[in-house]
Write a protein that binds this ligand. Structure first.
Ligand code: SF4
Length: 64
């Protein structure tokens, strides 16, 4: 799985960092998404998919 974030669409809501904190963080300055682990291990895939579904800006995508 590869995780891609569209920074233009991110509205800094932070759900991704709450649901998958090992994969996503928020920029300290503007709250925008920071992808900590663009190729997360299988143990984190469920959390990543939850984050993708919860993102209000539809800013997250996964590729397999
Ligand atoms: S949940 Fe979506 S909009 Fe919110 S910080 Fe993460 S990528 Fe950005």
């Amino acid at each position: 799985m590869k995780v891609v974030a569209d920074f233009e669409k991110c509205c800094a809501a932070g759900q991704c960092a709450v649901l998958a904190p090992d994969v996503f963080d928020q920029d300290e300055a503007d709250g925008g998404v920071v992808v900590l682990d663009p190729e997360p291990p299988a143990s984190l895939h469920d959390a990543v998919l939850q984050a993708v579904a919860a993102c209000p800006g539809s800013a997250l995508r996964v590729m397999r």
